[in-house]
Every structure is written in structure tokens, then in C-alpha cells.
Ligand binder design. Structure first.
Ligand SMILES: [Zn+2]
Ligand SMILES: [Zn+2]
Length: 399
């Protein structure tokens, strides 16, 4: 039986798995129900999943013939938001799989079953990476520290992300035009220390809100005056807090924001300048600013050789027309995504690639991360087949 035929035959099971995961959505690396379920499914297939960091699972499917190791990644975490769909399997946990990671996990379970049935044809090892905490950009790093890339050592890796809210038929596969596929992400916060006082006597106080307002404006100049127009940079303060009422000058103020770019040099420049500008402006207004960066994640960089191989295999699987360059759909980000993806940490260490798979349910106009987004389950067997086929084909071609 071909990989595609097998995936289609497995569709009811993949859909059942997806609905269970959707209904029991969990977040970050706190995935007791999800992990237990995935583990049970894998064991039922005769596989031996191991947990290498909190709520993660790794499975090696060793073929009958020797060869290299190809890693397939599926993330398992949801978002802390209440679902607003009327689906019969709507989430019951107060969290929602609004990023489609329930799709990724069930597709990878489907691929596991296909790969297990084709074990004699595998020339090397396929390693399955069931990852927690993608949305908090920390799960991949925890799994790397747990040894996901060792024993056996991983030679190449791939991931799939579904997408919705964009005009593309279900099952259409997009690949990224060049290396950088997703933006790097850094969160920052700035604490501004002034001196509180009476609103009627501002001269007796040092107002941190004046410093904060000017820092907010100053950060906008990094992009407009210090970065080439060809480069992409976002510096967005998204939270400004200070004060409690109308007649008290607060003692301190606090702001928080995010930096996104595709270029390592721009990333370093932006971080340096956020710090310089915040500290400098604070001093100018007699305050003191303390700047912290956290939740950093680099840009996901496609290895073009791995990308071209996987694109070739996927065209063989689905047909030439079904796999297109992502820049042909401007709504999809014109060839890359300004969002971040923590598979980036894997892509820094082994040659890697990502594919995007269209899964827009009929009538859905909402994007991922929206409480009403609905995905099309017809994409599930397609995703499972792409995973399995990419791994088997890559190993065959790279002995
Ligand atoms: Zn997401
Ligand atoms: Zn996601």
C-alpha cells in the first residue's frame, strides 16, 4: 500500500485523536492529559516513547537497514484562551488549540503508524519529537537539553505548521522562498524608577510617567532611523503601566514589549538600542531604567538543501500543483512569517526545514490564535503522509 493510501485509511483514527486532543487542550509544558494520551497511542503501536524533558516524548523508529537519522517534529501545546466555536468537540479546559498543534500531534501520530508499518523499508532511523511549550518558545530548547538530537545523532529535521484564514485550498503545501522562515523573538521589560509624590506638587517628585512616555516614542525611532528599509524589524511596546489614581505621581512605572526580525545583526542592534534609549531617556528625566530581555528565540532558518529535498518528495507525493512557493500567496506573509517558531533552536543545530499546510475549514475567516478559528480535518491525512514520506525518502536518498 502506498503511503498516501495508508494515510487515507488511517484518517478516521487521526481525526479521533485530533478531537480528543482538541477537547483536552493544555498549555505550556504542563500537558498531563495530552502526554498520557500520546504515549498510550504510541505504545499501542508497539513503539517505546521516552520522556526526555517535562511533558515531551521522543520515539525512535529504527529501520531494518542501516542509515542516517531524520527527525520529525510535532508540537502539542495549546493557548490559554477560551474557545468560541460551536464544535461538538470544543475544548473543555478553558484552553484552546487555536494554533493547530492538535493537528500537528495527531498528524505525527498518524505518521508513526505509517512508519511502523513500513519499518522494513526505512534505511536508518526516524526520530519523532512530540514537543511541549512551543507557544512559550521554550519546549524545543528543553528537549535539546534533554538530548533529543543525540542517540542516535540527528542528521536533518523537519516540521509542518498548518495555517488558516488565508485563501488557500486545504492540503496546499507552502515552502519558504529562502533561508529565514520565521522571525526571531525577544521580549523586553523596562522598569522605570522615579520618586512618587502629590499630583499638585510635581516639582517635589520625579515623575516616571514622563520618562516612560518618551521611552515609548524613542523606541519607534530604532526602526525608522537605524535599520535599512530593506530589513524587517518590529519593536512594539504592548503594555505600559504606572500610577493608581489621578492625584498621585507614582514611584515607578513599567513597560513590556516585543522585538521581531529575521536578521541576527538587526536583532542584536535592536536589543542594544532598546537598552541604550531606555536608560538614556530615563537619565534625561532624572529617573533610572532597568531593562530585561527574556523569552528569546532566534529566526528559523531553512537549510535550502533539506528544503529542496522535502519539496521534491512532497511534489512526488501530492503532485506538482500541490506544493508552491509561499511568496505566491501574499496573505501568507510573502514568503516568510513574522511570527516566531521555536523549532528555530533545532534549525541552528541541524539542517532543517519547515512546510506550511493549508487547513482552512469551509467558511472560516479567522486566523490562527483566534478564539473562533476552525481548521479543516481533511488536511490531517495529508500532513501524516507528508511527514512519513519525507522521512523515508530523505533517508533513502542520503545513505
Ligand atoms: Zn501559535
Ligand atoms: Zn503554532
Amino acid at each position: 500500500m502506498s503511503i498516501m493510501q495508508e494515510a487515507i485509511m488511517l484518517a478516521p483514527e487521526i481525526i479521533k485523536n485530533r478531537r480528543y486532543l482538541h477537547q483536552n487542550a493544555e498549555v505550556h509544558n504542563d500537558l498531563p492529559i495530552t502526554k498520557k494520551y500520546v504515549k498510550e497511542q504510541l505504545i499501542a503501536m508497539g513503539l517505546e516513547p521516552i520522556e526526555i524533558s517535562k511533558s515531551s516524548l521522543v520515539v525512535n523508529i529504527k529501520g531494518d537497514k542501516p542509515g542516517k537519522t531524520f527527525l520529525l517534529r510535532g508540537d502539542m501545546d495549546a493557548l490559554p484562551m477560551a474557545e468560541q466555536t460551536n464544535l461538538p468537540f470544543k475544548s473543555e479546559t478553558g484552553n484552546m488549540h487555536a494554533c493547530g498543534h492538535d493537528f500537528h500531534t495527531s498528524m505525527l501520530l498518524g505518521a508513526a503508524k505509517i512508519l511502523k508499518s513500513k519499518q522494513s523499508e526505512i534505511e536508518g532511523t526516524v526520530k519523532l519529537m512530540f514537543q511541549p511549550a512551543e507557544e512559550t518558545l521554550s519546549g524545543a530548547l528543553q528537549m535539546i537539553e534533554g538530548g533529543v538530537l543525540e542517540n542516535p545523532k540527528v542528521d536533518a529535521a523537519m516540521m509542518i505548521h498548518v495555517f488558516a484564514g488565508i485563501p488557500a485550498p486545504t492540503g496546499l503545501v507552502l515552502y519558504m522562498v529562502d533561508g529565514p522562515a520565521s522571525a526571531s523573538s525577544d521580549w523586553f521589560d523596562i522598569k522605570i524608577q522615579g520618586k512618587g509624590g502629590h499630583g499638585a506638587m510635581p516639582n517635589m517628585a520625579v515623575d516616571p510617567l514622563i520618562a516612560m512616555s518618551n521611552i515609548h516614542l524613542g523606541l519607534g525611532e530604532i526602526n525608522s532611523r537605524e535599520v535599512s528599509p530593506e530589513k524587517f524589524l518590529v519593536v512594539t511596546p504592548c503594555m505600559l503601566k504606572g500610577g493608581t489614581t489621578g492625584n498621585i505621581i507614582p514611584d515607578s512605572a513599567f513597560m513590556q514589549g516585543t522585538i521581531r526580525t529575521f536578521d541576527d545583526k538587526v536583532r542584536e542592534l535592536a536589543k542594544k538600542r532598546v537598552k541604550d534609549i531606555a536608560e538614556g531617556i530615563a537619565i534625561a528625566y532624572r529617573c533610572k531604567a532597568e531593562v530585561n530581555f527574556y523569552r528569546g528565540c532566534p529566526s528559523l532558518v531553512n537549510n535550502l538543501e533539506v528544503r529542496d529535498s522535502v519539496v521534491k518528495y512532497t511534489k512526488e507525493l501530492l503532485g506538482q500543483q500541490a506544493v508552491i512557493d509561499s511568496s505566491t500567496i501574499p496573505e501568507a506573509g510573502g514568503g516568510r512569517m513574522s511570527g516566531s517558531e521555536d523549532f528555530a533552536f533545532i534549525s541552528e543545530l541541524v539542517p532543517s526545514t519547515m512546510l506550511a499546510l493549508a487547513a482552512n475549514a469551509e467558511g472560516n475567516t479567522f486566523p490562527l490564535h483566534h478564539p473562533k478559528v476552525q481548521l479543516d480535518e481533511k488536511a490531517l491525512p495529508v500532513g501524516a503522509a507528508i511527514y512519513a514520506n519525507s522521512a523515508i525518502s530523505w533517508l533513502k536518498e542520503h545513505k
